[in-house]
Design a protein around this ligand. Structure first.
Ligand SMILES: Cc1ncc(C[n+]2csc(CCOP(=O)(O)OP(=O)(O)O)c2C)c(N)n1
Length: 279
């Protein structure tokens, strides 16, 4: 049986905040094993994953290929640390497996691959996922499936023409069973976003997407936008998430360069203290 047949009408924000905190705690546990990771992005997207996996998505963790499941596609494969935390808390993975993150032979590689239960697509080759999501949404609609497709991608992927081609495709096919979640965290590999991608929301609207913009670290705004995205009006949906890299751990939030972080044992203990102090 699926975990939920349809999202509840109103969100339990306190419960979702607790889930988001636990996702951050699990991510930090994984970081301790490997000593490094794409932690800042993971901490930033944790609220969105909590809102999805513990409120909006229909899935059955015991049956990861249940045909009517909603599909969540993570385009930024390097955000895998956040995905594994969510998949463990949702029941797809055993928490005991999480410390193998990034280790040789692990089912939890640093960039998502097709070896992990609950991972729908191989991520990491940036700019490829939204096109797959459009095709998937179209296929589900042709099959008259009630399932929806949710596709996360990043502000960095707005530098790529393939993303804009997929945006045009989504509008052309009118896939209103597709929700794009655009993680605008303001950073790319070498520092702040410098390509003129803004105004993102206006551009998505001009491309025919029913678009909302939210503070991606505010669960009330997130769940409201997700609820609005259920409307079936012939337009694909987009939610622009303004997220803060490192959210929940102020000394990571304060780093100007946070794309990839190495963590010593002492730093790790300090980060955990900060996380608990900010819950
Ligand atoms: C097609 C492609 N080009 C380059 C890379 C190398 N790469 C990995 S992460 C990254 C940063 C991209 O920035 P963004 O997607 O905004 O992610 P964030 O800064 O939030 O980690 C790059 C360029 C890649 N994975 N795929």
């Amino acid at each position: 049986m699926p975990a939920t047949l349809s999202p509840p009408a109103s969100a339990d924000l306190d419960a979702l905040r607790e889930h988001a905190h636990e996702l951050r705690r699990l991510m930090m546990t994984m970081t301790r094993g490997k000593g490094e990771g794409y932690i800042a992005q993971g901490l930033g997207i944790a609220d969105c994953l909590a809102a999805l996996y513990f409120h909006e998505l229909r899935y059955d963790a015991a049956d990861p290929t249940w045909p009517d499941r909603d599909r969540f596609l993570l385009s930024t494969g390097h955000y895998s640390i956040a995905m594994y935390a969510a998949l463990a808390r949702a029941g797809y993975l055993d928490e005991a497996e999480l410390p193998t993150y990034g280790l040789n032979g692990s089912r939890l590689p640093m960039s998502t691959f097709d070896v992990t239960p609950g991972i729908e697509v191989v991520g990491g080759s940036l700019g490829q996922c939204l096109g797959q999501a459009v095709g998937m949404a179209l296929g589900l609609r042709i099959d008259r499936s009630p399932a929806r497709v949710f596709c996360e991608f990043s502000d960095g992927e707005l530098d790529e023409g393939s993303t804009w081609e997929a945006l045009m495709g989504g509008a052309t096919f009118g896939v209103d069973n597709l929700v794009a979640l655009v993680d605008c965290n303001g950073i790319q590999a070498d520092g702040p976003v410098t390509v003129a991608i803004e105004p993102v929301a206006d551009k998505l609207r001009a491309f025919g997407w029913d678009t909302r913009e939210v503070n991606g670290n505010d669960l009330a705004e997130l769940t409201d936008a997700l609820a609005a995205s259920r409307e079936q009006d012939g337009r694909p949906k987009a939610i622009v998430l303004r997220t803060t890299p490192g959210f929940g751990i102020p000394s990571i939030m304060a780093r100007p360069r946070a794309h990839f972080i190495r963590v010593t044992d002492d730093e790790w203990a300090g980060f955990m203290d900060e996380l608990e102090a900010n819950r």
